[in-house]
Every structure is written in structure tokens, then in C-alpha cells.
Ligand binder design. Structure first.
Ligand code: SF4
Length: 72
């Protein structure tokens, strides 16, 4: 079986995204993805962030620079 190859273009894009958004896997105070306007739950696992600059899977305890309070 051949070794899987890293898609360098996608890897670099992911690194840019993390740098741009300061995305992290832990909350800041009470601010977390699960309480963010852009957090779209798929089920109980990872969710989808629909912020225009992210558009990626995230976890409920994650946080990024674009965090925004929900309207509720
Ligand atoms: S904008 Fe940031 S804090 Fe909000 S859901 Fe997306 S990754 Fe999480």
C-alpha cells in the first residue's frame, strides 16, 4: 500500500487559516465556538463554522478571533 501524501497546498491553506483567525482548541473566558453566531451544529460532534473566512469544521470548545455573540 503506498504512503499517503500530504496535499501541500491544502496544508498551507490550513496553516494560513489558523494564523489569520488565531483559531485555538480551547475557549477564552466563556467565549467558545458553541456560543458563537457562526457555529452550525451538525450533530453532537464537530460542527461547521459558516464565517466567510473559515468555512471549516470546529469543536464546541474552540475559539477564534472572529467570535461573535449570538442574537439570543
Ligand atoms: S467564527 Fe470562530 S469562534 Fe465562531 S464558530 Fe467560527 S471558529 Fe468558532
Amino acid at each position: 500500500m503506498p504512503e499517503p501524501e500530504v496535499d501541500e497546498v491544502r496544508f498551507a491553506a490550513a496553516q494560513r487559516l489558523v494564523k489569520l483567525s488565531a483559531l485555538r482548541t480551547s475557549p477564552i473566558d466563556d467565549d467558545r465556538c458553541a456560543t458563537c453566531l457562526y457555529y452550525l451544529e451538525l450533530d453532537q460532534g464537530p460542527a461547521f463554522c459558516w464565517h466567510e473566512k473559515l468555512q471549516t469544521l470546529v469543536g464546541p470548545e474552540w475559539w477564534c478571533h472572529f467570535w461573535e455573540m449570538t442574537d439570543e
